[in-house]
Design a protein around this ligand. Structure first.
Ligand code: AMX
Length: 434
């Protein structure tokens, strides 16, 4: 067994009694109440999910396994010449909560290389899809098409016991995750580079290979590592993470569960916002022509969007109540690498204007930018100007967190998810009684 799987086994054995004790001795302890507003309003703030992999504080933002983003980037081992840790070392960290040594990280990199080969039929499926298919539809289809390879589905059919199901889930999760850079880059080059596909380089890590197959030079490998890690997880209630968890709770395997989550990520209120930020900004710059993007014209354009009934993409959040630290992390990257890039200047000017406009508008509970407001400009700078591809990048990252969660869901024997619904008449009756 690999070091990672051995460490994981030990962590699972240590953790199981904690969950069992809570269930057996404290099942009836209340952790919240649910109001009519929450039942109709998308379950905002309802505490009914458990994960130890990440936690989102409304004011502080995300912590992965208890660490802030800067702490993660600082602590994780990095290959010589790289400023960001490998995705593989981060995978080890997300699964176990332990920062891996360089040797442990290297072992996961080697392990992933052995799992990365994408079967030919996946490329055939992608080639058979119409060229105007959205990259996210293609990404989801590619993942679903590989379901036949699920070790979990096979071992479940063979009668593997409930508490052993995490083993094949872990195998599926690693097999699937390791293939995603190749699938993502294939979709990109098939749709946008005349099908001129670049073969993977078996010597490279997850991020390095992705950059290579995209056909983009260094430091895009580091950009890819940063991007995938930043987008990996945002606790369990967001649409993509919750969908993966929900679907997997039916003991659907990782392939079914992840493709379902990818479909949720493709919505404009969720992951597609990063595509829409660039669409909005490019439209704005086109209309602007030679004019300066002054605060005044940005103010006007933002109001035009709001008055037309649309949301300002990249701003607001269901949980966060301050600027997203994932936004800040990417902003710091931009300030260091591309401070004078015109598109960054516009994105920055929007940042200076949009919160006030949203506050004046008075609807959004959080007027500050989220991760999606800042990610597209970096991609654009490195030549990935086809913004319909951006959410695929988000999806590759999101797979890290969601697949780690599904592995733990099976390890702790979490049951089928099944909240209860009520009718409108029942709610009216309850409201009348208060
Ligand atoms: N522009 C305009 N209006 C906004 C807004 C924005 N950026 N953010 C919120 N609002 C509006 C909502 O549409 C809602 O209006 P309504 O009462 O007429 O329906 C009202 O403000 C209250 O919403 P909220 O409680 O502040 O937010 P929410 O939890 O309902 O939704 C989110 C959160 C992210 C969907 C919303 O802020 C939004 O639509 N933002 C723009 C899209 C975006 O950036 N999405 C990406 C989020 C991060 C991610 O998942 N990748």
């Amino acid at each position: 067994m690999s070091t990672l799987k051995t460490v994981l086994q030990r962590k699972i054995d240590e953790h199981r009694p904690r969950t069992m004790k809570l269930l057996k001795e404290h099942s009836d302890v209340k952790i919240g109440d649910v109001t009519i507003g929450q039942a109709i309003g998308g379950a905002r703030g309802v505490r009914c999910l458990v994960t130890d992999i990440s936690y989102l504080d409304p004011m502080e933002g995300i912590r992965f396994r208890g660490m802030t983003i800067p702490e993660v980037f600082e602590a994780m081992p990095k290959a010589p010449g790289c400023e960001y840790p490998s995705v593989e070392s981060f995978w080890h960290f997300m699964l176990t909560g332990d920062v891996p040594t360089m040797a442990e990280a290297e072992e996961v990199i080697e392990d992933f290389k052995g799992r990365a080969k994408v079967p030919q039929y996946v490329f055939d499926v992608l080639r058979a899809m119409p060229k105007d298919s959205h990259p996210m539809a293609m990404f989801s289809a590619a993942i679903t098409s590989m379901q036949r390879q699920s070790i979990f589905a096979h071992e479940y059919r063979e009668g593997l016991g409930k508490m052993d199901l995490w083993g094949p889930t872990y195998e599926d999760a690693c097999n699937l995750l390791a293939k995603l850079p190749t699938i993502g880059a294939f979709i990109y080059r098939l749709l946008f580079k005349n099908g001129d596909i670049i073969e993977p380089d078996p010597d490279l890590d997850f991020g390095g290979n992705f950059a290579h197959m995209m056909g983009i030079d260094r430091p895009y490998d580091d950009v890819a590592r940063m991007y995938f890690i930043l987008h990996s997880d945002h606790e369990s209630g967001n649409v993509s993470a919750h969908t993966v968890h929900l679907v997997a709770s039916a003991l659907s395997d990782c392939y079914y569960a992840l493709s379902a989550g990818i479909n949720g990520l493709a919505g404009p209120l969720h992951g597609l916002a990063n595509e829409n930020v660039l669409r909005w900004t490019q439209d704005f710059m086109k209309k602007l022509g030679d004019k300066e993007p002054t605060h005044e014209v940005i103010h006007e354009a933002l109001w035009a969007t709001l008055k037309s009934g649309q949301v300002v993409p990249g701003y607001g959040h269901a949980v966060l109540r301050k600027t997203d630290p994932r936004y800040m992390s990417q902003r710091e990257f931009c300030l260091k690498v591309l401070p004078d890039y015109p598109l960054f200047k516009v994105i920055n000017a929007i940042y200076e204007v949009a919160p006030d406009v949203l506050m004046e508008h008075g609807k959004a509970k959080n007027p500050w930018p989220n991760v999606d407001a800042q990610s597209g400009v970096i991609q654009w700078y490195y030549g990935v100007t086809e913004y319909s591809f951006y959410t695929v990048l988000f999806g590759i990252g999101r797979a890290i967190g969601t697949l780690a969660n599904v592995t733990w869901d099976r390890a702790l024997g979490y049951p089928l998810e099944r909240p209860k619904s009520l009718t409108t008449a029942m709610l009216e009756e309850m409201a009348a009684k208060r």
